[in-house]
Design a protein around this ligand. Structure first.
Ligand code: ADP
Ligand code: NI
Length: 211
């Protein structure tokens, strides 16, 4: 491992006050599944683990800075004397990993592709559903409004500013992720989680309509 327990503790502190689905356990889950995918896909596990650990420390929702900032990641990597070459690989991944609707990017390195898949997998399935409603609630969004339709054609700015119901978020992001997986290993895990969300939606509408 190219990083220490102290670095993990520092990262944990950044997410201390997040109740919108971005708590430190999200980072831990992404690290674990990313490492699993990396081993099967032949990616560098040290880069993948470090990039996973730092992938959300500069999230605009937490820092309030712009989307491309890697300030926190750089500060932390310098504090723990991470090799400069490794730092470049990691910041490159962090900048491109996030979902930005029509402006979504694919990381150029295999390690980045693995981290992106792992981050997306944590937005799917039972945990993905829980995170989506936690996030929606933290933003004061409604669970569902039959009169509000999803917007399937947004650029990154519109996506960030978009105030939507959480059910709409399934159509605007979550149900698109399976077919955006970069690796076969990620795709295979996504299939089950995607189906679980589709079953959830079906049951949701059934109950909504009182059947
Ligand atoms: P990630 O950590 O995967 O990059 P995001 O930062 O986009 O995810 O969002 C954190 C979590 O909140 C994810 O599970 C995501 O699906 C969910 N989320 C993001 N935007 C919304 C929204 N408008 N409504 C409901 N859930 C959302
Ligand atoms: Ni994330």
């Amino acid at each position: 491992m190219v990083f220490s327990r102290e670095l993990m503790d520092d990262v944990e502190e950044i997410f201390e006050n997040d109740y919108g689905g971005h708590d430190f356990f999200h980072t831990l889950r992404v690290m674990r599944i990313a490492k699993y995918i990396a081993k099967i896909e032949g990616a560098n596990t040290e880069i993948v683990e470090l990039a996973s650990l730092l992938h959300d420390v500069d999230d605009y929702k937490i820092t309030g800075r712009n989307m491309d900032s890697v300030e926190n990641a750089c500060k932390l990597m310098n504090k723990y004397n991470i090799d400069k070459q490794v730092q470049l690989q990691v910041t490159d991944i962090i900048k491109t990993v996030s979902f930005k609707a029509n402006d979504t990017e694919i990381p150029s390195s295999l390690e980045g592709k693995v981290v992106q898949d792992a981050d997306r997998l944590d937005a799917l399935g039972a945990i993905g559903i829980a995170r989506a409603f936690a996030y929606g609630g933290s933003r004061g969004n409604m669970i569902y409004n039959p009169n509000s339709k999803p917007n399937l054609n947004m650029n990154s700015d519109e996506y960030v500013k978009n105030k939507t119901t959480t059910i709409n978020h399934f159509y605007e992001k979550l149900l698109l992720l399976k077919d955006m997986m970069n690796t076969e290993t990620g795709y295979n895990i996504a299939i089950k989680r995607d189906q679980f969300m589709r079953d959830f939606l079906e049951e949701f509408y059934r109950e909504w309509n009182n059947i």
